[in-house]
Design a binder for this molecule. Structure first.
Ligand SMILES: *Cc1c(COP(=O)(O)O)cnc(C)c1O
Length: 398
């Protein structure tokens, strides 16, 4: 019996025990790091065990993949060298002259890949602000894939995954064309949402964020229930070579074991901070899925575990870019830096940092104004984080 095959075990039990066998030769409770690049064979083409060469597969990567598959309720997971490598691999799996439809405010690097790289191998992308409303009208004969990030980055609008999946299923019924639904679940982590359960074909993560959670590994992962997709992606991963190292796989697996504790704590603090900000003068608008006033709060209640809003907040501050610069330079616990999902709290100004590469008009059409501030709430004490936000707001609005 393996832990991951017991359906009644809860998330935390699976996080700790999935892909974590006791070492059969030494009894080690924690797996060793398997650095060997090659594995001995008894006769030509007869490996002693299941491994041959570490690009093709490696024990630490296998174990991490087993754990992610268990947490995402997937049959398969494939770990990659970064979240961006996962995006690239999925898009490279499409035939030349494919069309893809992407949600409007996606991760900056995803936008860059779709507009500046995918086109060089014959894949064209259309961006749609509100997929739930406008997806159908954007579908073409050669549309092969829909890319959805929920909550979106950095404005945190939430999309109903099952609604998108139903639109694509109806299209397939009518035309016979299957369009894949890929959901980037980085912002919520598998603890809060499992997109495959809501009808996605593939879920992707930047492991760099919540899954590893300690800001010391760059890595990505994708997961699916489809045998056919899994085989295709596994072939490409080996052919392209976009793999994580054994050490990074081991570290990310260690990080994953506390995912439920970290995400629950971050979401609890974020909820309090968002509630404070939404009542404060000097704050124009707060985007946080856990607020009752959030425009997609109904979807949050059925799509997110316990209606949790996650650890990410964004808000507009009165006083424009200048006030945003003062606020983000005045926090003492929130470090001014890109990235998110770590144990330590971070703060940034998307318009000139993470989303600086997107043209201003397009950026503002998606709500990314110069006065927008994004928080990644970490797992320091809630009261300390709240006090830090309060004092920075006092400085910025003085
Ligand atoms: C960071 C991030 C990525 C890219 O992942 P890397 O590991 O940095 O390559 C993709 N999507 C989202 C939502 C992200 O936050």
């Amino acid at each position: 019996m393996t832990i991951e095959s017991v359906p009644q075990f809860g998330f935390g039990t699976k996080a700790i025990h999935s892909g974590a066998p006791i070492d059969s030769t030494t009894g080690a409770v924690i797996e060793p790091i398997s650095l060997s690049t090659t594995f001995a064979q008894s006769e030509p083409a007869k490996p002693l065990g299941i491994y041959e060469y570490s690009r093709s597969s490696n024990p630490n990567r296998d174990n991490f993949e087993i754990a992610v598959a268990a947490l995402e309720r997937a049959k398969y997971a494939i770990a990659l060298g970064s979240g961006s490598a996962a995006t690239a691999l999925i898009i490279q799996s499409l035939p030349i002259n494919s069309h893809i439809i992407s949600g409007g405010d996606v991760y900056g690097g995803t936008h860059r890949y779709f507009t500046k790289v995918a086109n060089t191998h014959g894949v064209e992308a259309t961006f749609v602000g509100d997929l739930a409303a406008d997806l159908e009208a954007s579908i073409r004969d050669n549309t092969k894939l829909v890319w959805l990030e929920t909550p979106s980055n950095p404005t945190l609008s939430v999309t109903d995954i099952s609604k998108i999946s139903q639109i694509l299923a109806a299209h397939e019924q009518k035309t016979g064309n299957k369009i894949l639904l890929v959901v980037d679940n980085t912002f919520l982590s598998p603890y809060i949402s499992n997109p495959l359960v809501h009808g996605a074909d593939v879920v992707v993560h930047s492991v760099t964020k919540y899954i590893n959670g300690h800001s010391d590994v760059v890595m990505g992962v994708l997961a699916t229930n489809s045998d056919e997709l899994h085989e295709k992606f596994r072939f490409l991963q080996n052919a392209i070579g976009s793999i994580p190292s054994p050490f990074d796989s081991w570290l990310a697996h260690r990080g994953l074991k506390t995912l439920h504790l970290r995400v629950r704590q971050a979401a609890t603090s974020a909820q309090k901070i968002a509630e404070f900000l939404s009542k404060s003068s000097g704050v124009v608008k707060v985007n946080y899925p856990g607020l009752k006033s959030h425009k997609n709060h109904e979807v949050v209640l059925h799509q997110h575990r316990d209606g949790l809003g996650g650890g990410m907040i964004s808000f507009r501050i009165e006083g424009g870019a200048k006030a945003a610069a003062v606020f983000t330079s005045s926090t003492k616990l929130f470090t001014l830096a890109e990235s998110l999902g770590g144990i330590e709290s971070l703060i940034e100004v998307p318009a000139i940092m993470t989303h600086g590469g997107i043209p201003k008009a397009e950026r503002e059409a998606n709500g990314v104004y110069d006065d927008l501030i994004r928080l990644s709430v970490g797992i320091e004490e809630t009261d300390d984080l709240l006090a830090d936000i309060q004092q920075a707001l006092a400085v910025a609005t003085a």
